[in-house]
Design a protein around this ligand. Structure first.
Ligand SMILES: C[S@@+](CC[C@H](N)C(=O)[O-])C[C@H]1O[C@@H](n2cnc3c(N)ncnc32)[C@H](O)[C@@H]1O
Length: 252
């Protein structure tokens, strides 16, 4: 396998600037009506960001909770061999047929051997599993020494923590779920306590500090501009301004 550590590629103009944050936000606003636009943009953004940690050309990667395939297209275009694992057949078939190289399984018990991939990637999944840090450790287990685990999740006290029940999750997840049911006549897609859990920025920082499976390369708010990265050091405020936290670990 290749995928050795590499500096950012010169043809990858990925920059965590304000323009990028604003564009991602604009794309996010049409997530329901035009998912291809939002997820396509997010996938291309991920390729640019990941290219700063390893060379994707020839790298073997696993996308845990990959969903319907937008990320496959972007990572394959960048030269990676892309495997996806997801627990939900309905999610996987959201764009049509399920692509070859897709595995049905549980992110907390990955059906892969140790050191199998150069990159283990997960985007917006940790908050959907009941034991998120077990999933993070599984991701590092399957990443070869020197490879990268990129762990990204929606933080609970961020603006989108409650997903479609936001902003009512600030009054409690169970209450927000009940309110949604009363208003819409059906349960939200992401059901608090079943398929949506409270994962905070502090939990991520604590896990990153105490885990022994790799060297932490970055802990950063995914969508914020670089000048706002320091906010993750401010307790309380960091929970409110971080939509999504990324933990990047180089496996031992
Ligand atoms: C919000 S979607 C994220 C999709 C994609 N990664 C993205 O960033 O757009 C969450 C995904 O996690 C998957 N998922 C939920 N629980 C899982 C589990 N225990 N193991 C693997 N995937 C899971 C869901 O089926 C869904 O496809």
């Amino acid at each position: 396998m290749s995928g050795r550590s590499a500096p950012p590629r010169s043809d990858t103009p990925w920059r965590a600037d304000l323009r990028r944050s604003r564009q991602l936000f604009a794309d996010f606003r049409v997530e329901q009506t035009d998912p291809a636009r939002f997820y396509g943009a997010l996938a291309r953004d991920s390729v640019g960001q990941l290219s700063g940690y390893l060379d994707l050309r020839g790298a073997t990667m696993l996308d845990v909770g990959g969903g319907p395939g937008f990320f496959r297209d972007a990572f394959e275009a960048a030269g990676a061999t892309y495997w996806a694992l997801d627990a939900d057949v309905g999610e996987l078939s959201g764009q049509g047929a399920i692509a070859a190289g897709t595995v049905i399984g549980d992110g907390m018990r990955l059906p892969f051997r140790d050191d199998a991939v150069d990159l283990c990637y997960s985007s917006n999944v940790l908050e959907h599993v009941p034991d998120p840090w077990r999933m993070a450790e599984e991701m590092l287990r399957v990443t070869r020494p020197g490879g990268i685990a990129f762990i990204s999740y929606t933080s609970w006290y961020g603006p989108w923590g409650g997903h479609e029940t936001a902003p009512w999750h600030f009054l409690g997840g169970a209450r927000a779920r009940r309110r949604y049911l009363a208003r819409h006549g059906h349960e939200p897609k992401n059901r608090y306590g079943e398929s949506l859990f409270e994962v905070t920025v502090k939990q991520g920082l604590d896990w990153a500090r105490t885990q022994r499976l790799g060297e932490v390369v970055d802990v950063i708010p995914r969508y914020n501009p670089r000048w706002a990265y320091g906010l993750t050091r401010v307790p309380g405020l960091r929970e409110l301004v971080t939509w999504n936290l990324v933990i990047v670990v180089r496996a031992r």
